[in-house]
Write a protein that binds this ligand. Sequence first.
Ligand SMILES: *Cc1c(COP(=O)(O)O)cnc(C)c1O
Length: 334
Amino acid sequence: MIRKEVKDFEPYTVMEGDYRIWLDKNESPFDLPMELKDSIFDDLKNLEFNRYPDIDGRGLKKKLASSLELHKSNIVVGNGSDQLIDCIMDLFMGDHMIIHTPTFGMYSFYAKKRGLNIVEVPLDEEYDLPAIDYDFEGARVIFICSPNTPTGNVLDREKIIDYLETGCPVVLDEAYADFAENSNLDLIDEYSNLIILRTFSKAYGLAALRVGYAVGDESLMRQMSKIISPYNINKISLEITKRMMDEDKLIQENIEFIKKERENMISELSEYAYPSQTNFVMFDLDAYEYLLKKGIVVRKLSGRLTGKIRVTVGNKEENREVMTALNEFVSVLP
Ligand SMILES: *Cc1c(COP(=O)(O)O)cnc(C)c1O
């Protein structure tokens, strides 16, 4: 018999089709330079495809540990940070989890899959964390996404600390931290109930490889590493990710480009744009269908954000096209 949670489950879908410009998934506009790809593919020839990869991605963990100035045992690597979100929900006791909405959809996805109750705490009118005025009793985990998607803002560090002070497990999703001014990674030294999530899918431009990581207290990460699927990251993804960690200059240049373009996009339509510390911008413009007719796909927002769109920062040409279209849209607004 199929479980009720599965029968009732709404699958995750994305826009597909024959469109010209894709600014809906917060991907990097930069693929690797061809010479770099050539050299990577040469190296991949030496991999033994008949042998399993590192059981726990230890080679990558080692590189991450040295770059973050942490210990290997502070890190768990995942098949995308999505797999880590899934895994974290199996880690703690408690009959519900808390999310701060509007936010990333995958927290609810993995909760619904296991029939775990979701308590939605709305972000305040500035999309920042509200003061704690509810009971954490029985909460399995609190998810906080900062910088948040789809709003783009960083959440107040002092408030994050207030949540940590409750002692409840807190997951701080920093998928977009590379585009922000500050990170809260340092808090893991102080709070053993904190797990920080990072990904190579956004700033590193490696969405195809599906690699993310969790950082936290050693004993907590030891528990997590027991239940994450063995061999969860394939050998090719591990090799390429390790290699890209040595391309700091290239990655930093790409991040600087995106931040600059982001600020240009915001100032060009400042009346409608929200501040962002990510690689996307939320606009208070109901322009989804208008853009789609021009072959440009962005994210249409719903619920509390109905009438708004989220636009990924793309390459120069893509950004010029989407901004031209949005300016046209604005010019005929009633
Ligand atoms: C994109 C994204 C992720 C990550 O993804 P993976 O590709 O699974 O590593 C995680 N959290 C947020 C908020 C994201 O936007």
